[in-house]
Structures are given as structure tokens and as C-alpha cells.
Design a protein around this ligand. Structure first.
Ligand SMILES: [Zn+2]
Length: 635
């Protein structure tokens, strides 16, 4: 059976707009046309030395910090912008005006917000008190002398304190456990806004929904708590001899060599004075972290603690879980709870390390508390109430964030999909691996959800919508599921796994510890995969339609069928031909076939008798109308 001759194509209107070159920013010396950091790429550095004390009887934080800020930009700076996230919770904040009080990203309360004092700057050997302005979640510090271009640095010191919100926009807060409150601290110290080559100072306010855009740096963190608290934080603990008992240190050493979780503090040991090296006063837990964009921590008297080894390829990681007894599973349905958390952490660290690039830290800590799910470098906050698959799902998602945005430091405040979407894409495969699911089935479900969304009243916003402008009800789709299934379709259906995976990994390698823009992602995927994809980015990321391929016409005698694209999302169309002898043939109509028109005619061996035709038999496409996908002669 020889190949059928290509059938003649009927002339129709070409799809010029769908295939136009995407209007991305011009390449320059900072960002190349193929999506790499350019030869003159630069970014700022912000190193922090922070001393902080938790005052549990007042639910208050008091701290002093020095930010050493280095200006690597090619231009001098006359002022600095600092993020004051706790001011979101202050009465009358801009966020309070736009976020409903019952929403996930709320938490406003009388008494919320920072007290900041004693600002001083040390620059070129001179110490002075700068002028400054605090407006809502932003602090501008005016410099007496400019911070020179290309490497000048200064030290900005300030004292800060605030009362903890019970529930801080689902990213920090306090859980009232029976054995003692679980404090989860994040967005807790004033952080530098990012100054970059694209927008200069990125001064979007913190409104709740949009997350963070942060510089990388080195952190020295000293956390003082009452002696009977257990602390965990981003970084390596510098003084275990002072804050842990000999027994706990021995157990941690055992855990570093153990595949199965080793108990560091057992349920029945919680509150036992023997679990603490001293019996009164306070203890200061000292941490150090390099090349991180943030530090988070948690503290409680109620922590159960276990740990085990995870293998990240290049090194071993200590996977840990700290949670109060409220997190334990069992009960009526015997659903597993936090006692399985460390096993989930192990899977995430190992799966993503193997598939993408090694987990970059020595610790991977899951903390159970009030926060439903939030990511920080090395430390994740997940709901103490999560159980079974729900706990796996949230743990896997938060640890997936290690790659986006902890390692690849995108601007989450503008582009939620650049971390949530890429991470959710990775989670599809990790979850399928952990539970032995068929990945095609997983993608099919997500694809069908995206198709339903495309027909909903929320469909008028594209993925490329600024994070704080996305409707609350559309966030799960536009930031998470739609970009995730789009990338899965790109991998499985458009480009193929080999070329896609190489491109995706290259994006991580190129932009690790840097600040990529959407165009850098699009260009890297295109250039490494070797595929012109402007039509795809436009259709899936910038526009809002689903796909709708249809069997338009069949000529049995001529052995031809015409496939029509009824929307502008011109994904390749898989067509299954079934002949009267029951045999089948798959024909793939590539996207390019629709450049010159909305229809494309395929053909088969005239000697064979067609029985029926099915477009997309695996139902992988985000097809808004499947009723036009099948043809049978009886029609
Ligand atoms: Zn997330």
C-alpha cells in the first residue's frame, strides 16, 4: 500500500492573524532573542541579617534587620523601594478595599501592620538617617548620596515589629493547637522590591492575590523564642548544640541515613521538658541560607517532628515534617494524615530532582498549620487538616514550587502562571507517578475542564492577565490548570516529550537564580524545541478560545475527508480512520495545514472502504464541541 497522493485543497481565507509573529519585547543586551540572559544581563543583590524575637503572650514579632543592597544596574539609584507586606492587614489598606473579608487572601484586623523605626543607612563609611515615605505596602527610602551603578552597595538598617494576624492571607498566621499555637511566619520582614532591566523598580502594591517578586541573597537569621518552642526555618541551623538535645541530634543523624521516617519528637514527647536543652528563658535559633529569595519560619510548643533521607541526585536532602497532634490521621475513616507527610516530601524532592534539576537545598520541611498551602525556600506551609490524597496534593504542589519560583525567580506579582502554571504542569506527572495513574487520563480531565472554562462567563480573561486583575473565581484556571494543561498538550501532542523536556530543562538552567519574563520562557521553548509556537502562545496564553476541530465533509468515492478548524486555536488534529475490515489508521493534521485556511482535506487509499472517522479519539484536545468530531456513513 503506497502513500496516497496529497489531495487538492479548496482555497479559503488564510489564518494570517493566528500565525502572525507574536509581539514580544525586542531582544537586547540583557535578554537575547532566543530567550537567554544576554551578555550584559544584571540583577541586584539583597543580603539580609535579621534578629527577630517572637513574643507569644502578645502574638507579636519584634526585629532588627540590616539589608546590604548592591546595585549592579548600569544606572545609579537615588532612592530604594521596600516591600511592607504586613501593612496589607492594617485597617484601611488598599488590599482591604479590593479583597472581600471572607476571601482567601484576607486577614485584615485592628492592630495589623508594621511599626517601623530607627531607619539608618551606612554608605561609603557614612552613617545617616534617611528621609522615607511609607504608603500602604510600600516604603521609599531617599538616599542622601546616589548608590552608584555597577556594584556600589549600602546597608539599610531598621527596627520593625507587628502583631501577627490569626490568618494572614492564607500565607502565614497562627493555628490554635491544643499543645500550643503553631506560628507560621512569612512576609514578616521588610523586603527589597526588585529593580530590573524591564520595569526599573517593580513597585506593584501587595493586594493579597498577587504573590512575590524578590531578589536573591544571603540570609543570616537569628530567631529568639521561649526555650520550650521548636523552630524550623529556611537555611541551615548553625547552633544545633544550643537548641537541640543530644538525643534529638542523634535522631537527626539517624534520619539523614534512613529511607523511612525517624522520629525526632514523638507525639507522647510533646511538652516533655526533656525535649529541651534548657528549662527556662529563651533560646536563639541561628540559621544561614545562601542564594535564596526569601526566608520563612515556624515555631511552636506543639510540634511532632520526623525526618528521613531523600536523594536529590547530586546530594542527599533531609525531608522533615513538623505538625501538631491535630494533623495525625486515623479516626473514623482511617485516612492517613501528617504521619505520612515526610514520605510525600521524599517523593516530590526525588521525582522533580530526577526529572528536571536537583533540589537545590539540604532541607525540605513541611509544616502543618493554619495555612492551606504556601511555598517558601526549603520550608512549606500546608494545612494541618489535609489528609490522604489532599495532603499529598498540597505537599507535592508546594515542594514543586522549589523549581518555580524559588530556583527560577520569576515575577509572581505580575505573572501568576509563571510559577503556578509551570508547577501545576509538573504536578500532573508527579501525582500520576505516585498513584500509578495513566497520564493521558489526567491530561484529558484537565483539558476538558479548560474547554468548559472557555465556554463559561469567566472566559473573557486570558492567562496573560496580571495576577491581581484575575477574577477570584478564575484564578485556579488561569494561573494553574490552563497553563498546566497547555504545557502538557505542547509536550504530548504538539512538540513531543524529547524536544519539550529538553527545552523546559534548559529554561530552568538558563534562569535559575535569575528573573525571567514571559518572553524568555516562550523564546527558550521555541528555540530549544526548534518549533515556531507563536500561534500556540497567542491562542492559549493571550487569547481565550478553546479548540473546535470538526469533520466538515467526507467524500467516500474520492476517499477524502475535510477537517475544519472552527476556532482560532489551531492545535494539530489527530484523526482516526476506521475501515470496514475494522482496521484503523491515524492521520495527524499539523497546525501548519491551517495556515492557508480553516479547512484541510485528508485522503486514504481508494481501495479501502471507510467505515467511520473520529477526530481526537483520546479526547486530549480542549474541544468545546465534540458533537462534530465523528462521521459515519449512516449520517
Ligand atoms: Zn502554588
Amino acid at each position: 500500500m503506497g502513500p496516497a497522493e496529497a489531495p487538492a485543497q479548496a482555497p479559503t481565507e488564510p489564518n494570517l492573524e493566528a500565525f502572525e509573529v507574536l509581539d514580544l519585547p525586542d531582544a537586547d543586551a540583557y535578554r537575547t532573542g532566543d530567550g537567554r540572559p544576554g551578555p550584559l544581563y544584571w540583577q541586584q543583590e539583597a543580603d539580609y541579617a535579621i534578629d527577630v524575637e517572637l513574643l507569644p503572650e502578645e502574638n507579636r514579632i519584634e526585629g532588627t534587620q540590616t539589608i546590604t543592597y548592591t546595585n549592579n544596574a548600569p544606572s545609579e539609584l537615588n532612592f530604594l523601594w521596600v516591600q511592607m507586606d504586613q501593612n496589607l492587614f492594617a485597617p484601611g489598606s488598599r488590599g482591604e478595599a479590593v479583597v472581600p473579608p471572607d476571601a482567601r487572601f484576607s486577614g485584615f484586623f485592628e492592630g495589623g501592620g508594621y511599626d517601623v523605626s530607627n531607619l539608618r543607612i551606612e554608605h561609603n563609611g557614612t552613617m545617616y538617617t534617611p528621609e522615607y515615605v511609607i504608603d500602604d505596602t510600600r516604603l521609599r527610602v531617599d538616599l542622601n548620596a546616589p548608590l552608584a551603578a555597577e556594584g556600589d552597595s549600602l546597608a539599610l538598617t531598621m527596627d520593625f515589629s507587628f502583631e501577627l494576624p490569626d490568618y494572614g492571607a492564607d500565607r502565614m498566621g497562627m493555628f490554635d493547637a491544643e499543645e500550643g499555637t503553631v506560628y507560621q511566619l512569612a512576609q514578616w520582614y521588610p523586603r527589597m522590591y526588585v529593580y530590573d532591566d524591564v520595569s526599573g523598580w517593580n513597585v506593584l502594591p501587595y493586594l493579597g492575590q498577587g504573590e512575590y517578586y524578590l531578589e536573591y541573597g544571603q540570609f543570616d537569621l537569628d530567631i529568639t523564642v521561649p526555650h520550650d518552642f521548636i523552630v524550623t526555618a529556611t537555611g541551615a541551623l548553625q547552633n544545633p548544640d544550643e537548641v537541640l538535645t543530644d538525643t534529638q541530634q542523634e535522631r537527626l543523624a539517624d534520619a539523614r541515613a534512613s529511607r523511612s521516617p525517624v522520629t525526632i519528637i514523638a507525639d507522647e514527647e510533646v511538652g516533655d521538658p526533656d525535649t529541651r536543652p534548657v528549662s527556662s528563658g529563651t533560646l536563639t535559633w541561628q540559621y544561614q541560607a545562601d542564594d535564596v529569595r526569601d526566608v520563612a519560619w515556624a515555631a511552636s510548643r506543639s510540634f511532632i517532628w520526623d525526618a528521613a533521607r531523600a536523594d536529590a541526585g547530586t546530594h542527599t536532602v533531609l525531608a522533615q515534617s513538623l505538625y501538631p497532634a491535630e494533623g495525625l490521621g486515623g479516626g473514623e475513616n482511617s485516612t492517613p494524615g501528617w504521619e505520612e507527610s515526610t514520605e510525600y516530601v521524599q517523593h516530590s524532592v526525588e521525582f522533580y530532582s530526577e526529572r528536571y534539576t536537583p533540589y537545590p537545598y539540604d532541607n525540605a520541611v513541611n509544616v502543618g498549620g493554619i495555612v492551606a498551602g504556601m511555598e517558601y525556600p526549603q520550608v512549606m506551609f500546608c494545612s494541618v487538616d489535609a489528609r490522604g490524597r489532599g495532603l499529598f496534593g498540597v505537599t507535592d504542589h508546594e515542594f514543586g514550587h522549589t523549581w518555580f519560583p524559588m530556583l527560577v525567580g520569576s515575577d509572581e506579582r505580575r505573572w501568576a502562571w509563571m510559577d503556578e502554571g509551570l508547577n501545576t504542569f509538573m504536578n500532573l506527572y508527579s501525582t500520576a507517578d505516585f498513584y500509578g495513574q495513566d497520564i493521558e487520563r489526567v491530561i484529558r480531565q484537565s483539558s476538558q475542564q479548560a474547554a468548559r472554562f472557555a465556554q463559561s462567563s469567566l472566559a473573557d480573561q486570558p492567562i496573560m492577565t496580571q495576577a491581581d486583575h484575575i477574577r477570584r473565581q478564575a484564578l485556579g484556571m488561569l494561573a494553574y490548570r490552563k497553563p498546566a494543561v497547555g504545557l502538557a498538550l505542547l509536550r504530548e501532542h504538539v512538540v513531543g516529550p524529547d524536544r519539550f523536556d529538553a527545552a523546559f530543562k534548559t529554561y530552568i538552567d538558563r534562569w535559575a537564580y535569575k528573573h525571567p519574563q514571559p518572553s524568555d520562557f516562550f523564546r527558550t521553548i521555541e528555540s530549544v524545541a526548534g518549533e515556531e509556537l507563536d500561534w500556540f502562545w497567542r491562542g492559549w496564553f493571550y487569547e481565550t478560545e478553546g479548540a473546535d476541530p470538526a469533520v466538515a465533509e467526507v467524500n467516500v468515492d474520492a476517499a477524502t475527508a475535510t477537517i475544519a478548524q472552527q476556532t482560532d486555536l489551531l492545535l494539530p488534529v489527530p484523526v482516526e480512520l476506521t475501515f470496514d475490515d475494522g482496521s484503523t489508521q491515524m492521520v495527524r493534521v499539523p497546525t501548519e495545514a491551517f495556515a492557508t485556511g480553516d479547512t484541510h482535506t485528508i485522503s486514504w487509499d481508494e481501495e479501502r472502504t471507510i467505515d467511520h472517522i473520529t477526530i481526537d479519539p483520546q479526547q486530549m484536545l480542549p474541544d468545546v464541541d465534540r458533537s462534530n468530531n465523528a462521521w459515519t456513513p449512516s449520517e
